[in-house]
Design a protein around this ligand. Structure first.
Ligand code: ATP
Ligand code: MG
Length: 408
C-alpha cells in the first residue's frame, strides 16, 4: 500500500482549447471517488497535467480499483516519493528500487525502466538513468530480464523539482474521455450480453448515461428486474451517479400484439421502446439513445430495420456494437464483470409475443399506416406514470426509489 498516487489523463493532447474542461471533469470525478474510498485528509496538486495525491494514511486497494473504472484516466500509479539528494545524487533512488523488487529473487520477471525528467534542469539524461536502473536490478537479481517492448513490470521514475517518484505497480486506467465530457444518453438495457457492453464502450468515450429497461410485467415476473439491477450496479461504477428507469411494458405489448400483423410485432415493440426512451431523454436532457444493436445479429437488426428505428427517434441512436463479433462482445462482458450476470436465463416477453417469422423487409405502406386508427398515447402515459426510477451511487448502491414525473 502507498501514500502517494500519480494519475495521468488520457487523450488530453487531442483536446486543444477544451483541455482545461476535460482536466476539470476528470479531477472532479476522481475527487468523488476519493470522498467515498479515502475519507482521510490528503493533498492534491496538478503538475504537467498529471494529478498528484498524497496522504498521511495509506491509499487502499479499493480506492485504486475504483479509480481504474473512472473514464478518461490513462494510468494510476501508486508510488513512493523520495526527497531529492544534493548534487543530482540518485543513490537513494537506486537503493529503494532494488530493495523493493525482492520478488525477483525467486521469479524470472521481464522488466523495463521508464524515466522522465519533469525537471528539465536535471542534467543526467533519462536514457542514462534508465540504463543505470537496469544494470543495478540485473546485477542484484540475476533471474530478471530487460525487454523494452514486452515488459511485465515497468519501473516508472519521474524526476520532479523537489522529489523523485518511483512506481512499480502502475495500473492501466479505463482510458478515453472524462464522464459527461462528450454528452449524455439514455441507454436501453436489456438482460442480454450486448447492451451492458454498449454502455461500457460509450462510458469510455465520456458519455454520461441513464438506463431504461422495458419490463413485460405481468407477462414476466420480477426476477428479471433483479438481474437488470445487478447489471446496473456493475455499470454504475463507471459513472459518478446513475438512474435506472423500469417501464412496465407488458400491457402495451399485449395491446400491440392484438392490433398489428404478427411478423411486425418485434419491430413495433422496439419502435415504442425508442419513443419512450426519447421521452426519458426529454426528462433528463439527454442528447442520444444507446442500444446494444449489432448488424445482422437478429432480424430486427438488419440495416433496413435499424434505419426504421432511426426514423422514429428524435435523438441520434448510438450503436457502438454494430461492428462487433459476438465473441468480442462476450470477452468485453467478461472483462467488465457483466458476463456472469447476463448469462443467467430470464423470462423474455419479446419471445412470448414474437413472431416465428419476423419481417426483414417491411412494407413501408403497412409500417407507416397500421396504427392509423390505433391510439396508444393513454397507455404510454400510464406506463410512464408507473415507471420506477432508482438512484444509484458510484459504489453501485441503490439509495432511492421514486416514480417518474416530468415535473420533478
Ligand atoms: P442484448 O442486446 O442486451 O444482448 P438482446 O440481444 O436480447 O439483448 P435484442 O432483442 O437484440 O436484445 O435488442 C437489441 C437492443 O434493443 C438491446 O441491446 C437493447 O439495447 C434494446 N432492448 C431490447 N429489449 C429491451 C428491453 N426489454 N429493455 C430495454 N432495452 C431493450
Ligand atoms: Mg442483441
Amino acid at each position: 500500500m502507498f501514500s502517494h498516487l500519480v494519475i495521468s489523463i488520457d487523450e488530453l493532447w487531442l483536446k486543444g482549447k477544451n483541455r482545461k474542461d476535460y482536466l476539470r471533469s476528470a479531477v472532479d470525478h476522481v475527487a468523488a471517488v476519493f470522498k467515498v474510498y479515502h475519507p482521510d485528509k490528503f493533498t492534491f496538486k496538478i503538475q504537467s497535467e498529471r494529478l498528484y495525491y498524497s496522504s498521511k494514511t495509506l491509499f487502499s486497494e479499493e480506492l485504486i480499483k475504483a479509480l481504474t473504472c473512472v473514464p478518461g484516466l490513462a494510468y494510476i500509479s501508486p508510488c513512493k516519493m523520495l526527497e531529492r539528494l544534493p548534487d543530482e545524487n540518485l543513490e537513494n533512488v537506486y537503493e529503494e528500487i532494488v530493495n523493493g523488487l525482492s520478488i525477483m529473487d525467486k521469479k524470472s520477471i521481464v522488466f523495463r525502466a521508464m524515466v522522465k525528467r519533469v525537471d528539465k534542469n536535471f542534467s543526467q539524461t533519462s536514457v542514462f538513468i534508465g540504463r543505470e536502473i537496469g544494470h543495478r536490478v540485473i546485477t542484484r537479481y540475476p533471474l530478471a530480464k530487460v525487454d523494452l517492448k514486452h515488459a511485465e513490470l515497468v519501473i516508472d521514475v519521474r524526476i520532479l523539482p523537489k522529489h523523485i517518484s518511483i512506481s512499480t505497480e502502475t495500473r492501466k486506467g479505463m482510458g478515453g474521455l472524462p464522464w459527461g465530457s462528450t454528452g449524455s444518453a439514455v441507454t436501453m438495457l436489456s438482460g442480454g450480453f450486448d447492451s451492458p457492453v454498449a454502455s461500457f464502450l460509450m462510458a469510455k468515450r465520456g458519455v454520461k448515461q441513464s438506463f431504461v429497461f422495458f419490463h413485460a410485467y405481468p407477462f414476466v415476473g420480477r426476477e428479471v428486474v433483479t438481474k437488470i439491477k445487478n447489471l446496473t450496479k456493475e455499470l454504475a461504477k463507471f459513472q459518478r451517479q446513475t438512474h435506472l428507469y423500469i417501464v412496465p411494458f407488458g400491457d402495451i405489448q399485449n395491446l400491440i400484439s392484438k392490433q398489428c400483423r404478427e411478423e411486425y410485432r418485434t419491430l413495433v415493440f422496439r419502435r415504442y421502446m425508442i419513443e419512450i426512451s426519447n421521452l426519458i431523454c426529454d426528462k433528463v436532457k439527454a442528447d442520444s439513445v444507446i442500444t446494444g444493436d449489432c448488424i445482422g445479429q437478429v432480424s430486427s437488426q438488419t440495416m433496413h430495420n435499424l434505419h426504421l428505428m432511426d426514423l422514429v427517434s428524435k435523438r441520434m441512436i448510438l450503436r457502438p456494437l454494430v461492428g462487433y463479433n459476438k465473441l468480442e462482445i462476450l470477452n468485453t462482458a467478461t472483462a467488465i464483470g457483466t458476463h456472469d450476470i447476463s448469462i443467467i436465463p430470464h423470462d423474455d416477453a419479446c419471445s412470448l409475443f414474437a413472431s416465428k417469422n419476423p419481417i426483414i423487409n417491411p412494407n413501408m405502406e403497412y409500417w407507416q399506416n397500421w396504427d392509423k386508427d390505433f391510439d396508444i398515447s393513454a397507455e404510454l402515459a400510464a406506463a410512464l406514470e408507473k415507471t420506477e426510477v432508482f438512484s444509484i451511487n458510484l459504489q453501485g448502491e441503490f439509495y432511492k426509489k421514486e416514480y417518474f414525473s416530468f415535473d420533478a
